[in-house]
Design a protein around this ligand. Structure first.
Ligand code: PLP
Length: 381
């Protein structure tokens, strides 16, 4: 790649490079789907579900139309209703709490850990007390694996078991990661993920999946995703939704899943280079002990109010940056009426003012990354 030609036009995420690598194989996979014409629940849907199950070791995989639907379907399957509290982090994408709100339940926002950006156990404990004081019961919990690394599941699940909570995971950003030798998709009651194009494993549109080890839950989820169907299409045994994964998206995912392990390795190499080069000038992300990340984002922390100046310097040099997330959910217009754990969420508030994400995708070339690192190093020094 001609490095000079990329200056000023370095993409934050480069899906084109992957497209070129997949080439004719992807074209043929999609054309096969067009030719057989079973666009809804075609054979590729079952195939990708088995391949996803084999990939992460989950007993049951239910593909669906998006990560948001995956979250909502689990809540629907468990009969979540008004008066119930769902504890979830505030420092996340809105969909986590949105699905809770759809069901009329109450999101109770908890704080995150400053090192891992994931749900903090202390705040989860405080959030449970807050929920009980507010008269909300029973309570469940959704840890989010933010920026690609799993939450601290052993600690969260142990606490949940002691307190009668259910745990399911919003792993929209972390499919492909591991926690203490377990794959994302095998922890808690169920795991929801997203195949939005910019996620580590994305399709060519919207898509998602749910993973669980419980056959009964899986059967309910399969019914819910097709309008609550029973014995056949015109037998409706519960209120569901149209939440299916398109056949063509399944075809895309089959091809992408085949190269995903290789891409995860590439993302980790890129993250390691960032850490080595920038660790001395700013706060680089830390992956928890025993965890691996798929680096949905590579997110620095730039304290002391210097973030916007640094971002401006970088952007002037053609280095793309992004802020995930500038406003935690408990500060958002749509969500600020929900309770927060304890006396507020200081870490989420601080992170929102400090985080800055750098370009991260499987095909970030070493010479292009050198340019990024050099510019970031200069700006941060
Ligand atoms: C992307 C994302 C979602 C939603 O996924 P969609 O497929 O876009 O609906 C939910 N939660 C988190 C944390 C996400 O990053």
């Amino acid at each position: 790649m001609n490095v000079r030609a990329t200056v000023g036009s370095i993409p934050f995420i480069d899906l084109g490079a992957q497209r070129r690598r997949l080439g004719a194989r992807m074209d043929e996979a999609m054309l096969r789907g067009v030719a057989h014409g079973v666009f809804i629940m075609g054979p590729e849907v079952g195939t990708v579900e088995s391949k996803l199950a084999a990939f992460c070791g989950a007993a049951e995989v239910i593909s669906c139309a998006s990560g948001t639907d995956a979250l909502a379907l689990v809540l629907m399957a468990k009969g979540v209703r008004p008066g119930e509290a769902i504890l979830c982090p505030s420092f996340t994408f809105a969909a986590t709490a949105e699905a809770v709100a759809w069901l009329g339940a109450t999101a109770v926002f908890v704080d995150v850990d400053a090192d891992t950006f994931n749900m903090a156990l202390d705040s989860l404990k405080a959030g449970l007390a807050t929920a009980r004081q507010a008269g909300l019961m029973p309570v469940r919990s959704i840890p989010v694996d933010l920026f690609g690394q799993p939450a601290d599941y052993d600690a969260i699940i142990a606490f949940a078991n002691e307190n009668g909570l259910w745990v399911w995971a919003d792993a929209a950003q972390s499919f492909g990661a591991t926690y203490r030798d377990r794959s994302v998709g095998t922890m808690g009651l169920a795991t929801a993920t997203s195949f939005f194009p910019a996620k580590p494993l994305g399709c060519y549109g919207d898509g998602g999946a749910i993973f669980t080890s419980e056959a009964e839950l899986a059967a309910v989820l399969r019914s819910l995703r097709v309008h609550g169907q029973g014995a056949d299409r015109y037998d409706n045994v519960r209120i569901g939704m149209n939440g299916r994964l398109d056949t063509l998206q399944a075809a895309v995912l089959i091809e992408k899943l085949a190269i995903f392990p290789d891409e995860i390795a590439a993302r980790n190499r890129i993250a390691a280079r960032y850490a080595t080069a920038l660790g001395e000038v700013t706060i680089v992300p830390r992956v928890g002990d025993g965890s691996t990340s798929v680096w949905a984002q590579y997110t620095l922390r730039i304290p002391d109010g210097k973030r916007s100046a640094i971002a401006e310097v970088l952007n002037r040099r053609g280095i793309p940056t992004a802020i995930y997330y500038p406003k935690p959910l408990h500060q958002q217009t749509a969500y600020r009426h929900y309770p927060v754990a304890g006396n507020g969420l200081p870490v989420s508030d601080t992170l929102a003012g400090e985080v800055l994400s750098l370009a991260m995708h499987h095909y970030l070339e070493p010479d292009v990354q050198d340019l990024l690192v050099e510019a970031a190093h200069d700006a941060l020094r």
